[in-house]
Structure formats: structure tokens, C-alpha cells
Design a protein around this ligand. Structure first.
Ligand SMILES: Nc1ncnc2c1ncn2[C@@H]1O[C@H](COP(=O)(O)OP(=O)(O)OP(=O)(O)O)[C@@H](O)[C@H]1O
Length: 258
């Protein structure tokens, strides 16, 4: 199946709340094998589009498909089970679990018997636990967090917490990874590390979409960028074309973003 066929698509997505239109007849195609950027001023509808993709919001119009298969009507857990995973704008780690345990939660869906079984004192339980631990260690190492595995979230600075959350999102080897402002709260060097890590994640079977206000990050790691404003699509193209687009320049000059 090629990258186009393994795409997450929205066709004619429309969403409104109490008469307020949030998404207007939006067409998007997020392809495997590349990083797609999703940008636009505050309130443009970027997070709402993610919420429609994950099933948290139910659009009033349009169709959402992954690899040609309709996701319409599937609840969020079923979409996550199909490998559609997202990170959130605000870090949401469990404060009572170590960094390693937080990340292990993200891999539990890959094991037939699941998270609870891994704690049972059986050979199978021990094997599953070891495999989950190994996968979580690898994801943390991938993001430069090997030293933090035994720390509690309260012991880490905000930038590292954000990276832990991304490790939890990638550990289950998702097919679709939706990242909502992954660089929020990171300092410059953490952001550079994150950019390198995200590029390393690109693979022919993975759809990656990044909502981000950090324009340097978006322009340097994305293969294609969708620009939204007031719930509608402004343009879509390669970073260099988007940067030159007059409508985009007008939108950004007239807003507080970057
Ligand atoms: N559950 C909801 N109920 C009512 N209005 C909502 C809801 N979710 C989103 N909205 C509205 O939809 C619009 C788009 O919000 P959304 O968070 O999707 O924008 P965004 O582009 O992600 O913005 P930001 O960059 O600030 O995160 C906003 O006007 C917001 O108030």
C-alpha cells in the first residue's frame, strides 16, 4: 500500500457548536511517510480537527477515513486500537507512576492480555512486563530520556515532561501520530532535540501530523503544511511555498502568532 493509500483523510469536514462554525467543509490528506504541519492562528480549528480525527468530536458533516476505511461513528478507544494516537497540548502524565511506568501504559495495547496481565506472577505476565519495559526504555532512549526512567514526573522540568508524553505516544508504534504543540514549554535546545527525534520517526507506514506555533520547527521538519484560518483551509503545500503565500503572510502579520 503506498503512502497516499495509507493516508488519514478528512473530506468535507464540518463542525459547529451551538451555531458557531468551527470547521468549514475542510478537506485534508495526511500521508504516510511524511510529516504534515497544521498551522494557523489561535482558534483556527487545529485542535478541533485533531478531535474529529480521534473521535472526541463528532463532525456534523463530512467523512474521515484511514487507509480507505471509514472511521465515522467509531469511538476514540476503537480509533486508538487502530493505531491512531495523539499527544495533548497540556501534559497529562500520571503523577503516581514513574516516567518508565507512564510510558509503559502507552504500549499496553500491543499486548494481547494487556496491562493488568503484565503484573500477574505468571511466566506470561513476567514476559509481557519485560517486553513492555524494553519497549518503553527504547522509546525514552530515542528521545534522550534514558537517565530519567526512574524519576517521578514531579522531579522533571516541563520540557522533559513533554518529551515523556511523546515517548508514551510513540512507544506503541502507532500508524497515525497526531502531535498537538509538541514544542510547547521546551527550551531551544530541547526543541532542536525534539525536531531531530521527530524526523527520525518518519517511516513509510507512519502518518505524522504536527500542530505547532513554532514556525522554525514547522518549516524545518514538515514535508507539507496545511494552513487554516477561521475553520477553513487557506492553502496546503511545501514549506517554501507556504512561506511565500500572500494569504499566509497576511494572516500571520495580522495575528499575534510568530
Ligand atoms: N467543545 C467546544 N465547545 C465550544 N466551542 C469549542 C469547543 N472546542 C473548540 N471550540 C471552539 O472552536 C474554535 C477553534 O478552537 P481550536 O482549539 O480547535 O483552535 P486551535 O486552532 O487549535 O487554537 P489554538 O492554536 O489556540 O490551540 C474556538 O473558537 C473554540 O472556542
Amino acid at each position: 500500500m503506498d503512502a497516499m493509500a495509507k493516508a488519514l483523510r478528512g473530506d468535507g469536514i464540518s463542525l459547529s457548536f451551538g451555531g458557531i462554525t468551527v470547521l468549514k467543509d475542510l478537506d485534508v490528506e495526511f500521508r504516510a511517510g511524511e510529516i504534515t504541519g497544521l498551522i494557523g492562528p489561535n482558534g483556527a480549528g487545529k485542535t478541533s480537527l485533531f478531535n474529529c480525527m480521534t473521535g472526541a468530536y463528532r463532525p456534523q458533516g463530512g467523512a474521515i477515513t484511514y487507509a480507505g476505511e471509514s472511521l465515522d461513528g467509531l469511538p476514540p478507544a476503537a480509533r486508538a486500537g487502530k493505531g491512531i494516537v495523539r499527544s495533548f497540548q497540556h501534559v497529562a502524565l500520571s503523577p503516581d507512576l514513574t516516567v518508565l511506568e507512564n510510558v509503559m501504559i502507552g504500549v499496553a495495547r500491543n499486548y494481547h492480555a494487556g496491562w493488568a496481565h503484565a503484573f500477574l506472577p505468571t511466566a506470561r505476565g513476567r514476559n509481557e512486563m519485560a517486553a513492555m519495559r524494553e519497549a518503553a526504555m527504547a522509546a525514552l532512549a530515542e528521545l534522550g530520556l534514558a537517565q530519567a526512567v526512574d524519576k517521578m514526573p514531579s522531579q522533571l522540568p516541563p520540557g522533559m515532561l513533554r518529551l515523556v508524553e511523546i515517548a508514551r505516544a510513540i512507544v506503541g508504534k502507532p500508524d497515525v501520530l497526531l502531535l498537538d504543540e509538541p514544542a510547547a514549554g521546551l527550551n531551544n535546545s530541547e526543541t532542536r532535540d525534539l525536531m531531530r527525534s521527530l524526523r527520525r520517526l518518519v517511516s513509510p507506514d507512519l502518518v505524522m501530523v504536527v500542530v505547532e506555533h513554532d514556525m522554525d520547527l514547522v518549516m524545518s521538519i514538515c514535508d507539507r503544511i496545511y494552513v487554516m484560518n477561521f475553520g477553513a483551509l487557506v492553502t496546503c503545500g511545501a514549506p517554501a511555498d507556504v512561506r511565500r503565500n500572500e494569504d499566509v503572510i497576511r494572516i500571520y502579520l495580522g495575528s499575534d502568532d510568530d
